[in-house]
Write a protein that binds this ligand. Structure first.
Ligand SMILES: Cc1cc2nc3c(=O)[nH]c(=O)nc-3n(C[C@H](O)[C@H](O)[C@H](O)COP(=O)(O)O)c2cc1C
Length: 338
């Protein structure tokens, strides 16, 4: 079977430019990234687009797609033209955000119950947009049938891709992604389809891939934040224990890994976490505000270790840089990477 295309889903507060760059330096397997959503693009030279987060000097525009959360066609077009000037080839519209303060204003997945509004929005956007335009959405806000009339609308426009996370907004991130429902929608959709939701291991990837054939593009989310080796493991089974770029299977490394619980994985994870922290610290001029983002990451990364809840209890209450640094060292000293 052809190698799958893998992307990393956007996470507001976690997968910013420093994260994406450090992640790419340490791990393989991800073909494409998305920025967490931008909002409030009120002017042609919007201040919030003059930042490292989207500046090509800090991002690889070939593999990054900027995302916007908006229901205003003029704002989307303004965003598109500024992204184009920066060298981007595609933008993505967020129609999946489930948080009530967004969705109750008919934004994010809150727009899905209103196909006629979506039609008007896409009509204006596609009349004037000069770059690729994709959408990320859910099955609905209140119920999973809301997507059916929306698909008819989507099919009228040349979307560059449609990423579907098969939950409804009211679920937030709880319960299970409805893979079966996604599979039923495949023949109805014209746009290139991307599956997103609950890929947490090589096994779950294989199971989902089987169910959603012939879809071969997948967006990873919390599974990759918890296990940064996941995309490598999906693409090159057994290589998680090896150093980046290793082309042949190092039998010594695998034997050692099976005896001692993946020492190379632990080392790689350790350098990644420290590198990301130091990079964030440099960007923030040494401010302890970096702890918020590092803690967010640890709320997922803890699952890479045994006794994950103990680790989380220790890390979540930390407020000082020194305490954080000591806690991270103790995690790698006292816990096994699983
Ligand atoms: C804290 C948090 C922030 C998120 N931010 C965004 C965002 O900015 N844009 C977006 O499209 N999705 C966002 N998502 C959704 C994820 O990209 C992804 O679609 C979701 O976690 C489902 O995939 P998973 O089950 O593999 O985790 C966010 C999710 C969480 C939990």
């Amino acid at each position: 079977m052809e190698s799958p295309t893998l992307s990393l889903g956007p996470f507001q507060g976690i997968t910013d430019a420093p994260f994406r760059n450090v992640f790419k330096k340490h791990f393989g397997g991800i073909d494409k990234f998305y920025t967490p959503f931008f909002t409030g693009i009120q002017k042609d030279h919007a201040k919030n687009l003059q930042v490292e987060e989207i500046d090509p000097r800090f991002n690889d525009v070939e593999i990054l797609t900027p995302q916007i959360l908006s229901t205003d066609a003029e704002e989307i077009l303004r965003f598109a033209s500024q992204c184009k000037k920066l060298g981007y080839k595609e933008i993505n519209l967020n129609m999946g955000c489930p948080f009530p303060r967004v969705a109750n204003k008919k934004r994010g997945c809150g727009l899905l119950p209103y196909p006629e509004k979506i039609d008007a929005l896409l009509g204006t956007v596609f009349e004037r947009i000069e770059m690729k335009f994709s959408i990320k959405c859910r099955l609905g806000y209140f119920n999973p049938d809301e997507i059916i009339p929306v698909i008819d609308i989507f099919n009228r426009y040349p979307l560059s891709e449609l990423i579907i996370h098969p939950r409804i907004g009211k679920q937030l991130y709880k319960g299970e992604a409805d893979v079966q429902r996604f599979a039923e929608l495949i023949p109805l959709i014209k746009a290139p389809l991307v599956y997103n939701g609950d890929i947490v291991s090589v096994e779950s990837f294989k199971r989902i891939r089987e169910q959603v054939q012939p879809v071969n593009e997948f967006m990873l989310g919390r599974g990759l934040l918890a296990n940064p080796f996941l995309a490598e493991e999906i693409k090159h089974p057994l290589c998680g224990t090896l150093s980046e770029g290793a082309s042949s299977i190092d039998t010594d490394a695998i034997e050692l890994a099976s005896l001692t619980g993946c020492p190379k994985k632990s080392e790689r994870l350790h350098t990644y976490v420290v590198d990301l922290y130091e990079d964030r610290l440099r960007h923030a001029g040494g401010s302890p505000k970096v702890l918020g983002r590092m803690k967010e990451l640890w709320s997922y990364l803890m699952y890479s270790f045994d006794e994950s809840q103990d680790i989380w209890r220790k890390i979540k209450k930390i407020n000082a840089l020194k305490d954080y640094e000591e806690a991270v060292e103790s995690v790698f000293r006292e816990h096994q990477v699983i």
